[in-house]
Design a protein. Structure first.
Length: 385
C-alpha cells in the first residue's frame, strides 16, 4: 500500500499525540492539576521561590542551600550584558511590540555567546544565562521607550522577581508586589509540551543551539491564542467597558464564531489551576489598589459566569491568561509587556525541555498528507498560461 492510499495518520494540531517522554511536568486536564517534577504547582507557589523552582525544573530535584546559593550567584553574574551587544541593541527600534524586540534581541545575543558559554558541555549554564538575561532585555526596552535611565545596577539583596520589578520600574517593589511577581513567575515557568516549548524542542532536535531554540519559542509564545492571550484579555475587558455588557459580549462572540480570549485549553477541560490562583490574587490586589483594574476584575467575573454557563459543558473555563493581566495591571505594568513576563518565566521550561530532549535526541520530521495534483507536465501547463 502506498503512503498516499492512507497509511499516514493525521492528528490536526497534534491533538492527543505525545512527541516525547518527559519527567519535567504533568498536566491532569480532567482534575485540573499541574505538577512540576512531581510537586503540585499550588504547593510550590505557596512555599517555594522562583529560583528554587527553576532549579527543580532544570535539575530534577529541590536544591540544597549551597546549590540554591550558587544558582542565585550565577543569575546575578549572567545578567551582565556585553558592551558591544548593548551598543547594537540601542539601534533597535522602540515603536515595536515588546515581544518582537525580545525575539530579535535574544537572537542577537546568540551572536555574542561563545562555545565556552553556550556549547554542548555548558547547556545548563546557558539555560541559567538566558533566564538571567531575559528580564534585562525587557527592562532595557521598556526604560528606553519611556525615555528613562537604565537601571542595570541590580541589587544583590533582591531575588529574581524583585530585581525584575526594580529594574523595570526604577524603584524597589513593595514586599507584597515582590511576592506576587515571584509567584506569578513560578506559575508560568512550565507547562509540558505547549506550542512554544514544542517550537524550542523542534529547533533543538536539529542540534541547533539554545539561543536559536529560545528565539523560536519567543516567536511562538507571542501568538494571541498562546501567550499573547494575556494582553488580548485586557484589551477585551477594555472593549467591554462595563460589567453589564459582559453577557452581551459573550452572546455576540458566539453568534459570530469568535473566540473569547482567556478561555479554553487543549488539555484542561476544567478550571486551569493557575487561573484559580491568579483570580484569588487579582481579587485581593484590586481591593487594595482599586482603579481600572478593579473595573476589569468586575467585568472579568461577569464574563467568567457567562462563558462557563454557555460553554462549561464543552470544557471551556478560564485559562492562565484570563486573570494574569489584571494582576500585572495592579503592579503598574503596561499591557503590552504581559507576554514578555510570560517569557521571562517560561524560559526555564523551554530550556529544561531542550536539555532533556537532547539527551535522547531524534530530529523531528513529521509528514504532511499530500492533497495536491500529480504528474503535471511543465510544457503543457506553461502553454495554458
Ligand atoms: C487555547 C485554544 C487555542 C485551544 O484550542 P484547541 O484545543 O484547538 O480547541 P478547539 O479550537 O478545537 O476548540 C474546541 C471547541 O471549543 C470552542 N472554543 C475553544 N476555545 C474557545 C474560546 N476561547 N471561546 C469560544 N469557544 C471556544 C471551539 O469553538 C470548539 O468548538 P466546536 O467543537 O463547537 O467547534 C483555544 O481554546 C483558544 O483559542 N482560546 C482563546 C485564546 C486563549 O485564551 N489562549 C490561551 C491559552 S492558555
Amino acid at each position: 500500500m502506498s503512503e498516499l492510499s492512507g497509511t499516514l495518520q493525521y492528528f490536526k494540531g497534534l491533538e492527543g499525540v505525545a512527541v516525547t517522554e518527559s519527567s519535567i511536568s504533568y498536566v491532569d486536564g480532567v482534575r485540573g492539576k499541574l505538577l512540576y517534577r512531581g510537586f503540585d504547582v499550588e504547593d510550590l507557589v505557596e512555599h517555594s521561590t522562583f529560583e528554587e523552582v527553576a532549579y527543580l525544573l532544570w535539575y530534577g530535584h529541590l536544591p540544597s542551600e549551597g546549590e540554591l546559593c550558587e544558582l542565585r550567584e550565577k543569575l546575578m553574574k549572567f545578567r551582565k550584558l556585553p558592551e558591544e551587544y548593548l551598543k547594537i541593541l540601542k539601534t533597535f527600534p522602540l515603536d515595536v511590540h515588546p515581544m518582537d524586540f525580545l525575539r530579535a534581541s535574544v537572537s542577537l545575543l546568540g551572536l555574542f555567546s561563545t562555545p565556552d558559554e553556550c556549547g554542548e558541555n555548558t547547556r545548563m549554564d546557558c539555560a541559567i544565562r538566558l533566564t538571567a538575561q531575559l528580564p534585562m532585555l525587557v527592562t532595557i526596552f521598556h526604560r528606553r521607550r519611556m525615555g528613562k535611565e537604565l537601571n542595570l545596577d541590580v541589587s544583590e539583596k533582591l531575588g529574581h522577581a524583585a530585581n525584575f520589578l526594580y529594574m523595570l520600574r526604577g524603584k524597589p517593589p513593595e514586599s507584597m508586589e515582590e511576592t506576587i511577581m515571584d509567584k506569578a513567575l513560578i506559575l508560568h515557568a512550565e507547562q509540558e509540551m505547549n506550542a512554544s516549548t514544542f517550537a524550542a524542542v523542534v529547533t533543538a532536535s536539529t542540534l541547533s543551539d539554545m539561543y536559536s531554540a529560545v528565539t523560536s519559542a519567543i516567536g511562538t509564545l507571542k501568538g494571541p491564542i498562546h501567550g499573547g492571550a494575556n494582553e488580548k484579555v485586557v484589551e477585551m475587558l477594555e472593549e467591554i467597558g462595563d460589567p453589564e455588557e459582559a453577557e452581551g459580549y459573550v452572546e455576540r462572540c458566539l453568534a459570530e464564531g469568535r473566540r473569547i480570549m482567556g478561555f479554553g485549553h487543549r488539555i484542561y477541560k476544567t478550571y486551569d489551576p493557575r487561573a484559580r490562583i491568579l483570580k484569588k490574587w487579582a481579587e485581593t490586589l484590586v481591593n487594595i489598589r482599586g482603579g481600572r483594574a478593579k473595573r476589569h476584575f468586575e467585568i472579568a467575573m461577569k464574563l467568567e459566569k457567562a462563558v462557563t454557563e454557555r460553554l462549561g459543558n464543552k470544557g471551556i473555563y478560564p485559562n492562565v491568561d484570563f486573570y494574569s493581566g489584571i494582576v500585572y495591571e495592579c503592579l503598574g505594568i503596561p499591557k503590552d509587556l504581559f507576554t514578555t513576563i510570560f517569557a521571562v518565566a517560561r524560559v526555564v521550561g523551554w530550556t529544561a525541555h531542550v536539555i532533556e530532549y537532547n539527551e535522547t535526541n531524534r530530529i523531528f520530521r513529521p509528514r504532511a498528507i499530500y492533497k495536491g495534483p500529480m504528474n503535471l507536465n511543465y510544457k503543457i501547463e506553461k502553454s495554458k498560461r
